[in-house]
Design a protein around this ligand. Structure first.
Ligand code: FE
Length: 293
């Protein structure tokens, strides 16, 4: 496709990142796309994992009971299922195309156990930070089944699933008061069903990145067209009106953005607080069995 001249001031790419192969939980093979090295730059996002395999051995023993405090985990299943149970008594089965949005707050202990479908399991887990005033909030979770995720299609054949935030007037599945959740996260899953171009408005101060999980895409900015290959994360500059993404039919990309918290980040494994003392407290409380809400 020839990209028509555009007056849209799209963000340029600041950096491209190749994920790191690792294992987590009880031996689950995954690619860590957003690592601790990017936490400051991509504030309020702390981590993005991409798991996917057609070999059940790669899921190992899943993620048996483990704690979290101080942030949110957002799990998006593309294929297969994930069964979760937590210490607050919640249990759910996350299915193909569904999202679990868990707010760990002052502490949960949960298990996340993959269940394959036709041998295939694929999905993402994003960690989103909480502001200091919310880190000790009551834990909560929302299970959003695929049919409850708002979608729209553009006239030239791009399907957009709006998990959180808002796109082209369509409000996403997760909507929260900004005062309580100032990260104001945008989470879109964009499917190119034709060779076409998609524009998304973004506030300049919001940190944003995209991750290509099928095909490849181009990021279009005035006078520039920058390719992003499969399984690459592109960190976008804080500039312009938003982002323009062009791709051939079959490409799929996640677009994620949020308002940075600009607070200190102290992480010890599954605990993310503001200070080292708060981390020590988090571990002590976990050992004392206080994560049962
Ligand atoms: Fe977890």
């Amino acid at each position: 496709m020839n990209t028509p001249p555009t007056s849209f001031q799209g963000r340029r790419i600041e950096q491209q990142v190749q994920g790191q192969a690792t294992r987590d939980g009880d031996g689950v093979k995954l690619t860590r796309v957003l690592t601790q090295a990017h936490q400051r730059r991509l504030d309020p996002f702390l981590m993005l994992d991409n798991f996917g395999s057609d070999d059940p051995k790669d899921y190992g023993g899943g993620f048996p009971d483990h704690p979290h405090r101080g942030f949110e985990t957002v799990t998006y299943m593309i294929a297969g299922r994930m069964r979760h149970k937590d210490s607050a008594g919640h249990e759910g089965l996350l299915q193909n195309g569904g999202v679990q949005w868990m707010t760990a707050g002052r502490g949960v202990v949960h298990s996340e156990m993959p269940e394959q479908e036709d041998g295939v399991m694929e999905g993402f887990q994003l960690w989103l930070n909480l502001p200091s005033h919310d880190k000790m909030c009551k834990p909560g979770y929302q299970d959003i089944q695929t049919e409850n995720i708002p979608e729209f299609s553009t006239h030239d054949g791009i399907k957009v699933r709006v998990i959180a935030g808002q796109s082209h007037g369509i409000r996403g599945a997760v909507q929260r008061p900004i005062a309580e959740f100032p990260t104001d996260a945008l989470y879109l899953d964009i499917h190119f069903e034709n060779d076409a171009s998609f524009q998304q408005a973004l506030p300049t101060q919001h940190n944003a990145f995209l991750f290509v999980y099928r095909g490849s895409v181009n990021v279009i900015s005035p006078g520039e067209k920058s390719p992003v290959a499969l399984h690459r994360m592109a960190i976008l500059r804080n500039e312009g009106e938003g982002v323009e993404i062009q791709a051939a039919a079959g490409s799929k990309v996640l677009l994620i953005a949020g308002q940075p918290l600009n607070e200190p980040i102290a992480q010890y494994g599954p605990f993310v607080m503001n200070t080292r003392d708060e981390l020590i407290q988090a571990v002590d409380d976990f050992r004392a069995g206080l994560y049962n809400s």
